[in-house]
Design a protein around this ligand. Structure first.
Ligand SMILES: Nc1ncnc2c1ncn2[C@@H]1O[C@H](COP(=O)(O)OP(=O)(O)OP(=O)(O)O)[C@@H](O)[C@H]1O
Ligand code: SF4
Length: 281
């Protein structure tokens, strides 16, 4: 449980954040972190003044620093709190925070019990100098765990600014897991902006045409049945994976964003972001 002073520290710190979007998935490995990264990049690119924060709450498997090509960097403490790592360098419009920045060595693992995780999440929300943000996108662990409950507890007073995006793959097992995610959002009264079906088909590396290898469309059907929005499908995209799993690290010209814009996924993600922004306004 947090004390009233701790809660008001979170409220003060996040008072100039317009929208807080939790990225959820019922199952691991469906591409939740890559959707988080793409959502942040696409929101950033949606306007020359958009300010975006990315908070990696996947404490035991942080992948945001690697995906943004900033895993060699660390956050530093200032008198007014932790200074996040800016993925766009001097642009300072894309702020990232992850436990990955605090580990001594890359690949070190975090083995913490619930209360310690809860304390870390509270610190991420209250101690990071997020500044004015249009969007704070939060990458959560798979399933519904201590981390999700901590987030909902600390963000309880900000309900009108909170929403979620759910990521799934077309396979039935993952879709069954979406139901667990949905029942969590309903139990905690968290509005769902919509569902993204990831790894839906395969984008040809030569021409970008998407081929359906396995069944697709299950996500859209489920979204309709559960009366939540369907934001779109993303194919297996080899260009995306080589970019996010070890792409450009130069931040001066934000090389990652420029390289991302050339992937088949970027074009498809534009529609997803349009859907997200429409629902938020
Ligand atoms: N559309 C895609 N095309 C190709 N590769 C993808 C796609 N989406 C995700 N991947 C790759 O699949 C792997 C798992 O993705 P990611 O880490 O985003 O999943 P996750 O759901 O966040 O996993 P975790 O359970 O670890 O939190 C990564 O190597 C990522 O680059
Ligand atoms: S989609 Fe076109 S470019 Fe790609 S493998 Fe098929 S024929 Fe070749």
């Amino acid at each position: 449980m947090s004390t009233p002073a701790q809660e008001s520290a979170v409220t003060r710190r996040l008072q100039s954040v317009k929208h807080i979007i939790l990225v959820l998935s019922g199952k691991g490995g469906v591409g939740k972190s890559s959707v988080t990264a793409q959502l942040a990049l696409s929101l950033y690119a949606s306007s020359p003044t958009a300010r975006v924060g990315v908070l990696d709450v996947d404490l035991t498997g942080p992948s945001i620093p690697r995906m943004f090509g900033v895993d060699d960097q660390g956050v530093h403490q200032s008198t007014s709190g932790w200074v996040p790592v800016y993925a766009d360098g001097a642009g300072a419009r894309l702020a990232c925070m992850s436990v990955g920045f605090l580990l001594k060595k890359k690949g070190d693992s975090v083995v913490w019990r619930g209360p310690k995780k809860n304390g870390m999440i509270r610190q991420f929300l209250s101690d990071v100098r997020w500044g004015d943000l249009d969007y704070l996108v939060i990458d959560t662990p798979p399933g519904t765990s201590d981390e999700h409950l901590s987030l909902m507890e600390h963000l309880a007073g900000m309900h009108e600014r909170l929403s979620a995006v759910i990521v799934t793959t077309p396979q039935a097992v993952a879709l069954m897991d979406v139901m667990k995610c949905l029942s969590f959002t309903r139990a905690v009264n968290l509005p769902v902006l919509g569902l993204v079906e990831n790894m839906s088909g395969y984008a040809c590396p030569c021409c970008g045409v998407v081929h359906n290898v396995f069944s697709t469309g299950g996500g859209e059907e489920m979204a309709k049945k559960e009366e939540i929005g369907f934001l779109g499908s993303l194919p297996v995209d080899t260009e995306l994976v080589s970019l996010l799993d070890g792409g450009p690290t130069s931040q001066t010209e934000f090389a990652l964003l420029e390289a991302y814009k050339k992937t088949p996924s970027a074009k498809l993600f534009e529609n997803i972001v349009t859907g997200v922004v429409e629902k938020l306004t």
